[in-house]
Design a protein. Structure first.
Length: 495
């Protein structure tokens, strides 16, 4: 058991560790909590920002097809997540599943990758919240001075930093409290989105949907060269282009950020009552709801105005569409809904980050002291406090604008490993009780790997470069510290 870098933890060992008093998390979540978590994290920057940006830059009205493609990739991976989450209901999501199937080094890589994904995502969403808050309070006595409203044009982004501190307190106080707050705010967001769909439908001009898939064209000279183009074009020597079928897939890779909700759902498996039943319900319920809402909103925004008239740099394209249609009240409603909604999205990504880090610390890959849970609240309070520091610093002092792609590549990499993990675990542990089984194995997992990896290839070369640099740092940390301190490397690690 104390072998090399591909040593694995047994499922029994993983589950036994979840019952250790000093590492035990409280089981407070039901199926509805999980669905709301998934929908809550998905209805955020994706639906309020990325719909317009991806339509203007890559897909035109066919952005709705891009969401369908991204949803399909997520659906295939969701089947694999559902099987593993119901079979191994432990904190850590893809990290924990990989540890049990493909070994410690790959588990470390995916855990390190998920920490980057959730940290950067949380900071970016805190910054987005601050921007929307500035719009909502503009012209009122509570308007935020520019010096403390943005790190880009001012000195620092104080609202974003304070939001992260406040969310850390909420998360330490207990995941059930987080869930209750999320339920209220998610209900508000869904009402706003439904208002967008219903009211916007009356302002659709069918001519704006023609052509539905705009013909491919060369990218603008200012688009940044090869570094900013999809990697697939560089690999295969394709002529650089935007729009067309290639643009639809590039947009699908861009909007994948909107579908990470069920990934976060899987990180809460250890805090779920009856996870064998509730995890699949939570994962699939949230995925279906957000896919339908995204496709509907994308059809509305591209129907209300031509994709050519959408500003790809507009941080509030939905609100702008209604203002241009003569409905500024709807624009204000969307801005308020987005502002409230981004708080919860940031909170749930922050939650996912702490659960992955907690699981890694419990395994000894991070200092074991970080795996202690609060004696009263039963939450990983030490890691939550530690995680809040870099998120708050990034949100407060760094202008974050185009981080969605970096989050996406980490998510897609996790999906690929989870899909492979299902096939490995079916072969190595056919006796393991499985409350939910992926149908048509290995066809479905292989299809999930192909779709997700192809979407990864549609991300920009510069995103791949940043991703590789982060992974390289992770390798250094693993071989310098984690490999020696792993619980599997200790003499007492054998059950």
């Amino acid at each position: 058991m104390s072998g090399g870098i591909f040593r694995t933890k047994t499922i029994e060992q993983t589950m036994a560790e979840t019952e250790e008093p000093e590492h035990k998390l409280k089981k407070n979540l039901g199926a509805l909590d999980l669905i709301v978590f998934g929908v809550g994290v998905s209805i955020g920057a994706g639906i309020f920002v990325l719909t317009g940006q991806a339509a203007a830059s890559n897909a035109g009205p066919a952005i709705s097809i891009s969401f369908l493609i991204a949803g399909l990739g997520c659906g295939l991976a969701a089947l694999c997540y559902a099987e593993l989450a119901s079979s191994v209901p432990a904190a850590g999501s893809a990290y924990t599943y990989t540890y049990a199937t493909m070994g410690e080094l790959l588990a470390w890589i995916i855990g390190w990758d998920l920490i980057l994904e959730f940290t950067v995502g949380s900071a970016a969403l805190a910054t987005s919240f601050s921007q929307y808050l500035g719009v909502v309070l503009s012209g009122t006595p509570f308007a935020i001075p520019e010096a403390i409203a943005t790190a880009e044009n001012g000195v620092l982004n104080l609202p974003a930093g304070l939001l992260v501190v406040g969310l850390a307190i909420v998360l330490i106080s207990g995941v059930k409290l987080s869930s209750r707050i999320n339920q209220v705010v998610t209900a508000i967001k869904i009402l706003v989105v439904l208002a967008v769909i219903i009211v916007g439908a009356f302002f659709i001009n069918l001519a704006n949907w023609s052509p539905f898939i705009p013909p491919a064209q060369s990218p603008a000279a200012s688009s940044g060269g090869a570094l900013h183009l999809p990697l697939v074009q560089t690999i295969f020597g394709l002529d650089p282009s935007v729009f067309g079928i290639g643009g639809v897939f590039a947009a699908a890779a861009m909007v994948f950020f909107a579908f990470i909700g069920f990934d976060v759902v899987a990180t809460t498996a250890e805090e779920t009552r009856n996870p064998q039943r509730n995890m699949p319900i939570g994962i699939f319920g949230s995925l279906v709801i957000v896919t339908v809402l995204y496709m509907a909103v994308s059809l509305v925004i591209t129907g209300m105005q031509s994709y050519k008239d959408i500003d790809p740099d507009d941080g509030a394209p939905l609100a702008t569409a209604f203002v241009n249609a003569g409905l500024p009240v709807m624009g204000d409603l969307i801005a308020i809904g987005a502002c409230i909604g981004l708080v919860v999205v940031c909170m749930i990504l922050f939650l996912g980050q702490t659960r992955v880090g907690f699981a890694m610390a419990r395994d000894g890959l991070f200092p074991a002291a970080l795996a202690k849970t609060h004696p009263r609240f039963g939450t990983p309070y030490r890691f939550t406090i530690l995680a809040a520091i870099p998120i708050a610093v990034l949100a407060t002092f760094v202008p974050l604008s185009t981080l969605a792609e970096l989050v996406n590549i980490g998510t897609l990499a996790a999906f690929v490993l989870v899909s492979i993990g299902v096939m490995v675990l079916r072969r190595t542990r056919p006796d393991l009780p499985r409350a939910f089984k992926v149908p048509w194995v290995p066809v479905i997992p292989i299809a999930a790997v192909i779709v997700c990896f192809y979407l990864m290839l549609n991300l920009a070369l510069e995103t791949w470069i940043r991703f590789v640099i982060w992974l390289a740092i992770g390798f250094v940390v693993y071989f310098a510290y984690s490999r020696r301190h792993s619980r599997l490397n200790q003499p007492t690690s054998v059950p």
